[in-house]
Design a protein around this ligand. Structure first.
Ligand SMILES: Nc1nc2c(ncn2[C@@H]2O[C@H](COP(=O)(O)OP(=O)(O)OP(=O)(O)O)[C@@H](O)[C@H]2O)c(=O)[nH]1
Length: 474
């Protein structure tokens, strides 16, 4: 590769520049997951007077979901808040270069503590990192403060299966510039998928070391060209050292690819959704399924948080067709914040559908209204099979994509029934029962006045879905 240049190491010269890792990798490959692990790995040494690790996160959209997750890890590790800089609403390689220089200055010369010993820059998944890498050498302001240590590219082990990802200019450039490629998600891919993705890495990143990375866990020594413990870059064991006391550093020669705007090349767009209100989880799941399977929009990545009930916030990660929910520990900010990145996005339509998922908290008085609402809000979207039960109120069966939840373990059923009984204020009768192709929720007729049966259904459905989160497949 023509990207290696040589820099003489003079041991008598104390280089005060901070070593910096460019962490690249396609949308959803696992960059933020790696960083949260790095932050935690760095935390035991936080007690020394030296700050160790600073993170600069670049996000394409104006909502920085990654920063929220990393900030949570930083707070956990006791890192000062200035250790985390966010550059949102643009990509550092195109529209946000000024933002990058400022972030570097802020991180290196923060009043909040000593200079960090190492900086990690997470580029947005849609970025071509080449211009950023170039600016590390060509921008005098940046060059005087930091020194590129290593370029790490995360690679989803299932990437080879996704034609649009493989064709992406950014994806190819990310690999082409990597010193280390970390293959993530080996736990959820077959050996055959991994073999094909390894071939891809060998094709686009023949220069790089390929390592497996399990949920962001990787031997740190394999990752850093210079150790964050050693600010002098005295890494004598580095494989790239040659006999003359020279160390390898990436060449920063611009390539023709840099001149092109990669986002346009990849036809990527981004849109966001924010709401202070709770979302109806069932409706949200339905909308998500529509978005991923039926809408014709090519969503490559979605991430963020969904507030489903006061105090309950789910984090959601969508990478291609893979959807993952997790309970997000309550933070002060409990809003729904979602970012969607993809091609052929019809943003207004998507936002309209998401707005329709906002739980209006309507309170039904009496079963007639409850049944009516149940029909309107649940049956209409075909997720529930609604059957009126003489004397028993309404019977609902989950259908379609929620059917896999039919096999509910007995403890989930029991907990859901307890929760429903508590919510509707009635303690006898069976409220939730699994059936062969779904499950039913029964609302008894004799509800105390003012109980919103629909809200109760929705809440219990949320409880059940949360218990079964790892099994939700859209
Ligand atoms: N099963 C599995 N999931 C992983 C692994 N690494 C990351 N993930 C999950 O993949 C999803 C995306 O991970 P992120 O770390 O947010 O990916 P990212 O590269 O920062 O994504 P962008 O910011 O969109 O570019 C999350 O749900 C992670 O928990 C892994 O090794 N195995």
């Amino acid at each position: 590769m023509p990207r290696i240049t040589w820099r003489h190491r003079d041991d008598t010269f104390l280089d005060t520049r901070v070593p910096l890792m460019v962490l690249t990798g396609y949308l959803g490959a696992g960059k933020t997951t790696l960083i949260t692990n790095l932050v935690n790995a760095a935390s035991p040494l936080k007690s020394t007077e030296q700050r160790r690790l600073a993170i600069i996160v670049n996000e394409l959209s104006e909502l920085d979901v990654d920063a929220v997750n990393i900030a949570a890890a930083s707070a956990h590790s006791g890192a000062p808040s200035s250790d985390l800089q966010q550059i949102t609403a643009g990509c550092v390689c195109c529209t946000q270069r000024g933002g990058f220089e400022k972030a570097i200055r802020d991180v290196v010369s923060s009043d909040d503590g000593p200079t960090p010993r190492y900086i990690v820059v997470e580029t947005s998944g849609a970025s071509d990192p080449a211009p950023l890498i170039a600016s590390l050498a060509t921008s005098p302001a940046v060059r005087s403060l930091v020194e590129l240590d290593v370029v790490v590219a995360m690679l989803d082990a299932g990437a080879a299966d996704d034609e649009s990802v493989c064709k992406s200019v950014s994806f190819q450039s990310q690999l082409a510039r990597a010193d280390v490629v970390l293959m993530s998600k080996c736990d959820v891919t077959t050996e055959e998928q991994q073999r094909r993705t390894r071939n891809l890495a060998e094709k686009y990143a023949p220069q790089a070391r390929l390592l497996r990375c399990d949920h962001g866990r990787v031997p740190l020594a394999a990752l850093f060209a210079s150790s964050p413990q050693d600010n002098n870059n005295n890494n004598d064991d580095d494989d790239d050292d040659n006999d003359d006391g020279f160390i390898a550093a990436p060449t920063l020669t611009p390539t023709p690819m840099m001149a092109l705007h990669h986002l346009q090349q990849d036809r990527l767009a981004t849109t966001t959704f924010q709401s202070e209100s709770c979302m109806n989880l069932a409706l949200f799941l339905y909308t998500l399924r529509w978005l991923l399977r039926e809408s014709g929009m090519e969503v490559l990545r979605a991430k963020g948080f969904v507030r489903v009930e006061s105090g309950i916030r789910l984090s959601i990660q969508v990478v291609g067709a893979r959807v993952r929910f997790a309970k997000h520990e309550a933070t002060e900010d409990c809003t729904t914040r979602l970012v969607f990145i993809g091609a052929a996005l019809r943003c207004d339509e998507l936002v309209g559908k998401l707005n329709a998922c906002v739980d209006d908290g309507g309170n039904a008085n009496g079963m007639a209204t409850a049944v009516q609402l149940a029909h309107c809000r649940l049956d209409a979207d075909a997720r529930f099979v609604v059957a009126p039960l003489a004397g028993d109120g309404v019977r609902l069966r989950l259908s379609g994509h929620l059917r896999p939840l039919g096999n509910l373990p007995p403890d989930v059923v029991a907990a859901a029934n307890d929760a429903l009984a508590e919510r509707v204020g009635v303690t006898d009768g069976v409220y939730l029962c699994p059936v062969d192709d779904g499950w039913m929720l029964l609302i008894p007729n004799a509800l105390p006045e003012g109980v919103d049966a629909c809200a109760a259904l929705s809440r219990v459905a949320a409880d059940v879905l949360m218990s079964m989160m790892d099994r939700v497949e859209l």
